[in-house]
Design a protein around this ligand. Sequence first.
Ligand code: NAD
Length: 486
Amino acid sequence: MSTTLQPEAVSAPTQLLVGGLWVDSSDGMTFEVEDPATGEVIAVVADGSVEDGLAAVSAAYEALPGWSATPPRQRGEVLRRMFDLMTERTEELARLIVRENGKALPDARGEVTYAAEFFRWFAEEAVRGGGDLHTAPSGANRILVLRQPIGVSVLVTPWNFPAAMATRKIGPALAAGCTVVLKPASDTPLTALALGALLGDAGVPAGVVNVLPSRRSGPVVGAMLHDPRVRKLSFTGSTAVGRGLLHQAADCVVSCSMELGGNAPFIVFDDADIEAAVAGAMVAKMRNGGEACTAANRFLVQRGIAADFGRRLAEAMGAMRMGRGLDEGVQLGPLVNAASRDKVAELVDGAVRDGARVVVGAGAPAGPGYFYSPTVLVDVPSSAAILREEIFGPVAPLVAFDTEQEAVELANDTEYGLVAYVYTSDLRRGLRVSEALESGMVGLNRALVSDPAAPFGGVKQSGLGREGGHDGLLEFMESKYVAVTW
Ligand code: NAD
């Protein structure tokens, strides 16, 4: 662990943003935000009530006609200004993310850049809503298809990328002409509130973006989903919570985009460039300290190279510098809270009980802070829970396989299907396996798939819909068909 410097003050709004005004919760409730590296309380934030949620929906509903009628070019220019503002404030935003989330500063800087890029991309997409016109097969009429904003959208985001998960939704929603209520995770509301303030500076009119931190997520989001003025839910979070929200959205037939959990396989064939595969493994596993839905969760390595790969990966993992995210040279911060740290420890202990062998790590250093050491496990039996559940921490379990078919079967043996990684120098094999994998995304000889210009999303129980690319814009639009005779 590195030595800890003096923490710096946190500067971000702590009230709710409703209709362009900063307000306290209607019942005066608040909650505390902790620094996961120290356990210290860094802010006290307004805790949005059901009444506040409905007031935010009203504000978004009132702002909708004006914003949806704003020329697309003008909407795009506002988004582009937001990209510029975020880029100018990268360091400030990155340090805020570290304080409330714990991640290492280089990861936080990377997140701000990635998050800002959604505004640049959707500034460009705002003018590409498109539509369609063609002749009916009978020749009797024309089929005219208009694309219109879907309406008031509720955005619910997780704590692992406090900026990027919000901008990946706000960018396309605003580009499409929708107005939004953002409910950030209660572990990390400060970044979302800072973004809310910055959006105002960029020229987003009052009520177009409302930000509602709340510890009462269930009732607040539930009430918004049962308000008929809400037409869209865009959720990123766990599969369990997403499933529950889909049930609730059914009552008012609310359109849902769901970015849920993952259990990514990282497959290394014996013909792969092993150095590139280990470097890729470090990115796919350790970006964001392993707290990513795209994190490699199971390393499937062809038997002939399994021992060598395991040794090299353990060496790289063991060399990582862990400490408080803001400190110089730190590559791995703490997990977001005690429950996350305990869950990682439990999965590792369970795997070891089941027969896995620890090559490096497997331990939580004494506090303060919710740290867990970078860990590599080999000979992990297929029955181990660590191969079925999202680890969401710095732990790499390795499993050896013999044939290509076995690798694909093992990779697909999960209810999730967000992303998979394949390392091989045989491009034909790489594409064949990519096609056979049940996942929404594949990294082929590449460990980073996230890109605002690409459709991000999962199959199976990893979600519905796509964020980013042109698809991301369409998630916030409805097609209206007009049958025309002329
Ligand atoms: P979570 O499901 O616990 O919470 C996500 C959000 O939902 C938070 O804002 C939370 O306050 C809110 N929430 C919790 N319970 C709710 C309820 N009953 N009703 C309404 N809202 C509720 O997830 P998390 O722990 O914040 O995030 C980690 C999870 O997110 C992981 O499973 C990860 O894979 C997933 N994730 C997915 C993607 C993706 O793009 N697929 C990206 C990042 C994270």
